[in-house]
Design a protein around this ligand. Structure first.
Ligand SMILES: Cc1cc2nc3c(=O)[nH]c(=O)nc-3n(C[C@H](O)[C@H](O)[C@H](O)COP(=O)(O)OP(=O)(O)OC[C@H]3O[C@@H](n4cnc5c(N)ncnc54)[C@H](O)[C@@H]3O)c2cc1C
Length: 434
């Protein structure tokens, strides 16, 4: 047994970790495991969707082979433990890129499919699952299901965003998109309030591929923030020197560095610095799309008690008022986060039954774990999300109440037919009863 934690480091739990590395032996290793088990990629999910305390975890990062690539049409076949970073680094120099990646590229293809992750370009490219053409799914009874948008489409839509609960993805075929260079033409624009954020979002969606905003969540109704947008740059763009790829590591700290005294000056310094540098720039895709990947183990910054991320999504029509109400509650509580991200999702239907993205506005914030105090705030935020008929993101969750999950994901009963009875997670036990 080995103690394993997820990205939020709320706790670590004993697991029987079974390494999957040779595709020929995956089925027999799963059959020989104590069931129920669960696939585990990079453990970059913040909460308990990737944990199975007391049970088996099938560790997939050893299944890291690129199997085939068709240069003519950009189709890549790969094993599920391949990191998005490795796909980007191998194929961008050849003129191909993953259409959708989240705010970190240090995740596996299996994890990206199982949470149907989204990036800063949802309004243009949808979510990760929109670009998956085929999945080879291994059930714990040994059955193999080949599925895709046009073959066994019901299994496909259950597995994309299926939280690892329909089987183990053992191979995937992905459609990459063309790019001319690794550079992006970007703009950073300070904004003064939520109305200005929505105006900027509306004005940017038609002509900018990537849009995202940082918001200073410590200022109650007097929000301010920075709106970032970017487009792929042409091959001949004039660009700065390549980033050095220098990595630093967050040291282990005995207490959280993020608290009600450190946050306001932290946020003010960030805002002032970025505002000073605002305007147009040419940036390499890595620092723009994955700003935290160069600070290894930044999750240690929250100290030994770990942290939660609260990522909500509310419909656009009520989005401004709901976000305003949440920010007011957060400022009032004195809890809050440096990493507060605000983004609108496009009007697209999602590929998975339980996919998180849907049209609306999403607010994501990190909170140091202060026990009861933090949970009291979450209950207030839940009430706002519930009232707005919104939902929370399971990939980030470690505590949402079951009724909020059920109201946020009205197709849950349909999903349950596809579950593999040999698979279970801490999240599925908490929110689905098994
Ligand atoms: C800094 C940071 C930024 C992030 N930004 C975003 C963002 O912008 N957008 C977004 O959507 N998410 C974001 N995330 C969340 C992250 O993208 C997801 O949690 C992702 O699923 C993690 O992948 P992983 O490889 O670490 O999988 P894990 O966290 O290990 O597992 C995630 C789920 O995938 C399942 N799984 C893994 N491999 C397989 C497999 N082979 N077969 C079946 N199921 C499998 C697991 O069972 C689990 O349910 C961010 C996370 C971090 C740390």
């Amino acid at each position: 047994m080995r103690n394993i934690a997820s990205w939020g480091r709320l706790d670590s739990y004993p697991h029987q970790a079974v390494t999957l590395d040779d595709p020929r032996h995956v089925a027999s290793k799963i059959a020989a495991s104590n069931l129920p088990g669960l696939a585990h990629g990079m453990g970059r999910s913040y909460g308990d969707v990737c944990l199975n305390p007391g049970g088996t975890l099938w560790m997939t990062t050893g299944l890291d082979h690129l199997v085939a690539f068709d240069e003519a049409n950009g189709r890549l076949i790969c094993e599920p433990g391949v990191l998005l970073r490795d796909i980007q680094r191998a194929f961008i120099p050849r003129g191909w890129m993953l259409p959708v990646t989240p705010g970190t590229q240090l995740i596996t293809v299996g994890g990206a499919i199982a949470n149907d992750v989204h990036g800063k370009n949802h309004h243009v490219f949808g979510s990760f699952g929109d670009h998956v053409k085929r999945i080879r799914l291994l059930r714990t009874d040994g059955e193999i299901i080949e599925c895709g948008p046009e073959m066994s489409a019901d299994w496909f839509s259950a597995t994309v965003g299926g939280l690892g609960l329909t089987g183990v993805i053992v191979e995937a075929e992905l459609q990459l998109r063309r790019v001319e260079s690794p550079w992006l033409q970007t703009e950073t624009l300070p904004y003064a309030d939520l109305d200005a954020f929505f105006d900027l979002s509306d004005a940017s969606e038609a002509s900018w591929e990537h849009t995202v905003a940082w918001i200073d969540c410590m200022r109650g109704e007097h929000q301010r923030g920075l709106f970032m947008r970017g487009n792929p740059a042409p091959a001949d763009v004039e660009h700065p020197a390549m980033p050095k790829g220098k990595k630093s590591t967050m040291p282990v700290v005995p207490v959280s560095l993020v608290n009600r005294w450190s946050l306001p000056p932290f946020n003010t310094a960030y805002y002032t610095l970025k505002r000073w540098k605002a305007g147009a720039a040419v940036e390499h895709y890595e620092p723009f799309l994955y700003p935290l990947d160069n600070l290894r183990e930044w999750n240690r910054m929250y100290g030994p008690n770990g942290f939660y991320q609260y990522q909500s999504l509310v419909p656009r029509a009520i989005g401004r008022d709901a976000v305003q109400a949440m920010l007011k509650e957060i400022a009032r509580s004195g809890e809050g986060s440096f990493l507060a991200v605000l983004k609108t999702f496009g009007n697209r239907s999602a590929p998975g039954i339980l996919s998180f993205p849907q049209p609306g506005v999403t607010l994501a914030l990190d909170f140091p774990n202060h026990g009861e105090r933090t949970h009291t705030l979450f209950a207030r935020l839940d009430a706002i999300v519930r009232e707005a008929k919104g939902r929370l993101y399971p990939a980030k969750d470690a505590r949402m109440p079951r009724d909020l999950f059920e109201s946020g994901y009205p197709r849950l009963a349909e999903f349950m037919q596809y579950r593999d009875s040999g698979i279970s997670s801490a999240l599925s036990r908490r929110l689905m009863g098994s």
